[in-house]
Design a protein around this ligand. Structure first.
Ligand code: DGL
Length: 259
């Protein structure tokens, strides 16, 4: 593997972004690092998320010279993107944030359910997004930690996550939502569960298309796009250091995204 793109998440969620990066840039080499040993990041303090992210990127970069670092985690992006860019001034650091603006523009004054982690909801980056949207949409931010636990638990306990989501959504079920923002990279893997709990069709939005575009642009600007004609390589590392965790990461990678 030569000059890979590092794709990082607190656990398995970033695989939803990795899949889209590979769809768009199949001839790049990728190194996916999931920090499942320390997930979930959502309930942690900003300082903890910053330290864990710095540690994870240092670990992932051992023995490789990444051409780009993609923080495929909204929580880590909100807490750490600038700090990481300062730490690695010569490598483009691209992040992901909840696509609330995209959802807000999708129709006239939509009602938007913005699902994210508690850390993302409390972040300045997220508050700034809400300010930019202003009153062009009715945005209802709801933390959904149960989905992270569900995905990190190899998506075995569907009934528990459904019950937890039904409780979180209950105060807002008086009127239907037009769209749902999947503001955490774990959430695209549970879009079907979210739709089932809501009980009616909604449009889903996530920030991965912008992340892919920004990664392509950063590589083009640095003139580091791969010129190899063969399909690139993919290495998956999980800090949990267990074969079953890496195995589940590959299962998710091979599964079709439902959004
Ligand atoms: N996947 C992460 C995100 O996009 C965070 C999940 C977690 O560890 O709580 O925010």
């Amino acid at each position: 593997m030569n000059n890979p793109i590092i794709v990082f998440d607190s656990g398995f969620g970033g695989i939803s972004v990795l899949k889209r990066l590979i769809e768009k840039m199949p001839n790049e080499d990728y190194l996916y690092y999931g920090d499942s040993a320390n997930a979930p990041y959502g309930p942690r303090t900003t300082a903890e998320v910053q330290q864990l992210t710095l540690n994870a990127i240092a670990e992932a970069s051992k023995g490789v010279e990444p051409k780009a670092i993609v923080i495929a985690c909204n929580t880590a992006t909100a807490a750490t993107r600038e700090l990481l860019q300062e730490t690695y001034p010569n490598i483009p650091v691209i992040g992901i944030l909840p696509a609330v603006e995209l959802a807000a523009k999708s129709k006239d004054h939509p009602r938007v359910l913005a699902l994210a982690t508690a850390g993302t909801c409390a972040s300045t980056a997220f508050q700034n997004i809400l300010k930019r949207v202003g009153d062009s949409a009715e945005v209802v931010p709801v933390p959904a930690p149960s989905i992270v636990v569900y995905v990190e638990g190899a998506m075995k306990d569907r009934e528990t996550v459904k019950k937890a989501l039904a409780e979180s959504f209950a105060p807002y079920m008086d009127k239907p939502f037009d769209s749902v923002v999947l503001g955490c990279t774990h959430f695209p893997f549970a879009a079907d569960v979210i739709a089932e709990v809501l009980g009616y069709p909604v449009d889903f939005f996530d920030g991965s298309a912008l992340t892919v575009r920004q990664t392509e642009e950063a590589l083009a600007k640095n003139n580091t796009r791969s010129t190899q004609e063969r399909t690139g390589s993919l290495k998956i590392i999980n800090s949990g250091n267990r074969q079953d965790l890496v195995g589940f990461a590959w299962t998710l990678f091979c599964a079709e995204l439902k959004v």
